[in-house]
Design a protein around this ligand. Sequence first.
Ligand code: IPE
Ligand code: IPE
Ligand code: MG
Length: 256
Amino acid sequence: MLKKFTGFKKKNIKSEADNTLLDDKNIPKHVAIIMDGNGRWANKRGLPRIAGHREGMNVIRKIVRRANEIGVETLTLYAFSTENWKRPKSEVEFLMRLPEMFLNKELPTLMEENVVIRLTGSKENLPKHTINAVDKAISATKGNDGLILNIALNYGSRSEIIQAVKKVYESLEKEQLPIDSISEEMLNKHLMTGDLRDPDLLIRTSGEIRLSNFMLWQLAYAEFWFTEVLWPDFTEEHFNEAIRVYQKRARRYGGV
Ligand code: IPE
Ligand code: IPE
Ligand code: MG
């Protein structure tokens, strides 16, 4: 049933996008976003790439609020891949400052909106200041029970799978289990996202049609939505559009 979006599910949530037709019975529970195009956004304006990253950070705020108010349970944002270390040092340094810039500014609002912060990715090689900022936000928000904002930072899906395979091997050894006891559930449990459900919807901005080593296992049955819009230009209305398209898809999972 199509229902006019008439109000906010939770207190303290304010958004301008209140005129959207969404089926409130079919909201994707887990949305994952590859936030791409910050550099091109800046280039087009003759600005340094970091200006695009800064602008992109401001978009996150709006999308988190919007996702929360329509009842998305988990929002995973790809913020830095294991391949992004290849970028110039100054850009990497800026990207490593972004989580604390975002969290320092937004933590009070995220608390008000009942958001839970979590991290998916390796802490190895992350600067101490980045880890501290994220850890502080994780512990501050751990008692909340609203939207889970899962930040994929220093994340790469292949290395995640390798880690999981090693843990599966260890558990077989430890418990003296036969190789046939390896199951999808067992491997899944050892992924960094082991306690999260798989994404229902993947959004990628900036016109690139690829996964860039993002959640290869978890996205097995996700619906994909790509847009040419660059991440700093992405709005709540684009997000709504992605949800609307998702709601028209028939998810068959191999059935009929
Ligand atoms: C996405 O924007 C942000 C990160 C990958 C950290 P890009 O920085 O990749 O922007 P483009 O793709 O170069 O435009
Ligand atoms: C993917 O974007 C990583 C993030 C958005 C954090 P990239 O810009 O790094 O991906 P490629 O290089 O275009 O595949
Ligand atoms: Mg890019």
